[in-house]
Design a binder for this molecule. Structure first.
Ligand SMILES: *Cc1c(COP(=O)(O)O)cnc(C)c1O
Length: 398
């Protein structure tokens, strides 16, 4: 008989009752070091006093009013994001997929407003992930997500990632813009090169296109800068973000320069929940920490410690791992054994990590993770790697 909760996930059989910092405690008392952070989302970890207080205080005042009225929490959050980024204006929604929907709609609308409505197509990269709505599974372009859902939504073209020539060849008189993740997350923690990101800007300028970055996973401080594209010194026309933006409270955002933002005139786009008082109070609480002096530098420093440890680990277990890639606290271990096996072995060692495409396991801990917790995670990964070896290799290693 079908479960009352729809069976669209393969869930691990564990219930978490509470957490503190980078640790989660299961209902049966087991403690786990959380290097998955609810898929790179619990940016301040669990039970963060500032975040929980902000949510509780706001909930006691007013949870929802709708976008029929001014929402000061949203105005403040938008102003802070604008001050800290390339953007001139911010639209709030509830998820990463919605942020990307807003981005693509705004790109199309910008072209239409500029008298080029025939320019509606967006070039995306192979290996991308942009979300699960009908349009975003088409933007993602991976048959795994499209199968059985009928004809893909028209308007997305796919080119190999990190290949500028292929991208330039795909530009047509119908192209409105480009949408790329500076570090592909679900696709297996695959970073774009700096030259690629700069080349995208150059191509967009040369052909009059709009450049968008999907920073739903790599944004909001995860790489040690507020947005990952900042490492390349490139100024995009729009950025979508979500996951870590409100520390696990549902919130997404489209950040845009004036050219794109001005296309979303009153009535052109909207959402009932998006940018409500509660979500934006949570977003402001996250920014209180992420924009505090020295915080992003600490993320970068902790990321370097994690990276160095992972490289040592991979070198020690060449029969389990073949390499490390990523930036800051968004690191991927490329596995030579099935990544699900590594994930299970880590779980058995009390370490939560997340499998990704390309046979990778992701290490995306809360941004507040401590050095000692990084070292503990590396020790547990080492024990997990030993569990993954065939029995003969294990005997030889002893
Ligand atoms: C998770 C993710 C999305 C989708 O976000 P949802 O909140 O699940 O809709 C889109 N793009 C990227 C890069 C993501 O990692």
């Amino acid at each position: 008989m079908i479960p009352s909760l729809m069976p669209n996930y393969n869930r691990i059989d564990v219930e978490f009752s509470h957490g503190e910092g980078a640790w989660l405690t299961a209902a049966d008392g087991r403690r786990f070091l959380d290097f998955g952070a609810g898929i790179a989302t619990s940016s301040l970890g669990h039970g963060h006093p500032g975040l929980t207080r902000a949510i509780a205080d706001q909930a006691a005042k007013v949870i929802h009013v709708s976008n029929l009225y001014r929402v000061p929490q949203a105005e403040r959050l938008a102003a802070r994001l604008v001050a800290a980024s390339f953007a001139d204006s911010v639209f709030f929604c509830n998820s990463g997929a919605e942020a990307n929907e807003a981005l693509v709609k705004a790109f199309r609308k910008t072209m239409a407003r500029e008298g080029k409505p025939e320019r509606y197509r967006v070039i995306c990269a192979q290996g991308a992930f942009h979300g699960r709505t009908l349009a975003m599974i088409s933007a993602t372009g991976n048959s795994k997500y499209l199968e059985g859902f009928g004809p893909p939504v028209d308007g997305f073209d796919h080119v190999p990632f990190n290949n500028l020539n292929a991208l330039r060849d795909a530009i047509t008189p119908e192209t409105a813009g480009i949408l790329v993740e500076p570090i592909q997350g679900e696709g297996g923690i695959r970073p774009a090169t700096m030259e690629y990101l700069r080349g995208l800007r150059a191509a967009a300028d040369e052909f009059g296109l709009l450049l968008g970055f999907d920073e739903v996973q790599c944004g909001m401080g995860r790489t040690g800068k507020l947005f990952a594209h900042e490492w390349a010194g490139v100024v995009p026309d729009a950025v979508s973000t979500a996951k870590g933006i409100a520390g696990g409270f549902p919130l997404g955002a489209l950040l845009a320069g004036e050219r794109v933002a001005a296309s979303l005139v009153p009535g052109s786009h909207g959402t009932t929940y998006g940018g409500g008082p509660l979500a934006c109070a949570a977003g402001n609480a996250v920014l209180d920490t992420v924009l505090a002096p020295g915080f992003l530098d600490a993320v970068e420093r902790t990321g370097r410690r994690l990276r160095a440890g992972l490289e040592t680990l991979a070198a020690r277990h060449p029969d389990v791992f073949s390499g490390v890639r990523g930036q800051g606290l968004m690191q991927g271990l490329v596995c030579t054994v099935p990544n699900g096996e590594v994930q299970n072995a880590c779980f058995a060692e009390g370490l939560l990590i997340v499998a990704a495409g390309d046979n990778v396991v992701r290490l995306v801990p809360p941004l507040i993770v401590r050095d000692a917790e990084v070292d503990e995670a590396l020790a547990r990964l080492d024990a997990a790697a030993r569990r993954c070896k065939p029995a003969t290799a294990r005997d030889a290693a002893q």
